[in-house]
Design a protein around this ligand. Structure first.
Ligand SMILES: Nc1nc2c(ncn2[C@@H]2O[C@H](COP(=O)(O)OP(=O)(O)O)[C@@H](O)[C@H]2O)c(=O)[nH]1
Ligand SMILES: Nc1ncnc2c1ncn2[C@@H]1O[C@H](COP(=O)(O)OP(=O)(O)O)[C@@H](O)[C@H]1O
Length: 206
């Protein structure tokens, strides 16, 4: 039984290569959930295998800047030379339908969402160690040595902001990390301030 009509907004961040995409896929493969992934827009070129409209909406810088000026993003940020943003209309639409909307975004954008959506839940994924992070970026094989260096330096600046999140999840094992995130989402549903008004309303209508 669902107590709140409006869906929960879940923001997941973590350094590049920590396994956000991998853990998110494991999360969505779990049974009995109402999660929707918010596909971001980016000016980064697609990686081999990435599909427009599934992994990202791939657009030009001009198109992206036009959308910023039209106020079409819930948040946006520049990350190692490319723009990334969350289309506002789709997120609102899904939350109104009672869906749990998952954003997988970097910290600067997450902090913008923190200002706008007070009852969103913020989860920061960390690697079991710095060496593990480096190894994962190498293993993924999608970035040049120079880009890996930039992503590792960026990770150092992101770790400092981890305390601004509600939860820290260690991605030691993909399925364990996904389980922990699902447990957090379920617990957030039961939070008093989130559900009490909806429950009182339901009692009145009962
Ligand atoms: N602020 C913001 N960051 C995003 C968005 N979409 C993706 N990102 C983040 O941008 C960073 C770079 O993403 P990407 O180029 O796909 O590389 P990855 O981190 O190696 O997966 C990651 O931290 C993503 O979480 C978005 O819509 N807004
Ligand atoms: N728990 C884990 N243990 C070992 N390797 C992992 C784990 N999670 C992810 N990886 C690997 O690390 C690399 C980066 O993962 P990815 O999901 O692309 O990270 P992100 O989306 O955070 O940039 C991939 O090659 C992925 O298979």
């Amino acid at each position: 039984m669902k107590l709140n009509d409006r869906g929960l907004l879940i923001v997941i961040s973590g350094p590049s290569g920590v396994g956000k995409g991998t853990v998110r896929k494991a999360l969505f493969e779990m049974k009995n959930h109402d999660l929707i992934y918010s596909v971001s827009m980016t000016t980064r070129p697609p990686r081999p295998g990435e599909v427009d409209g599934v992994d990202y909406y791939f657009v030009t810088k001009e198109e992206f800047l036009k959308r910023i000026s039209e106020g079409k993003f819930l948040e946006w940020a520049e990350f190692v030379g490319n723009y990334y943003g969350t289309p506002l209309d789709k997120v609102e639409e899904q939350l109104d339908l009672g869906k749990e909307v998952v954003l997988e975004i970097e910290v600067e954008g997450a902090l913008q969402v923190r200002q706008k959506a007070k009852d969103a839940v913020f989860i920061f994924i960390v690697p079991p160690g710095k060496k593990a992070l480096y190894d994962r970026l190498i293993k993924r094989g999608t970035d040049s040595p120079e880009m890996i260096k930039k992503r590792m330096e960026k990770a150092d600046r992101e770790f400092i902001l981890a305390h601004k999140y509600d939860y820290i999840v260690v991605n030691d094992d993909v399925n364990n990390a996904a389980d922990r995130i699902m447990a957090i989402i379920r617990a957030e549903h039961a939070r008093t301030e989130r559900t009490i008004h909806a429950y009182m309303k339901m009692l009145k209508e009962d």
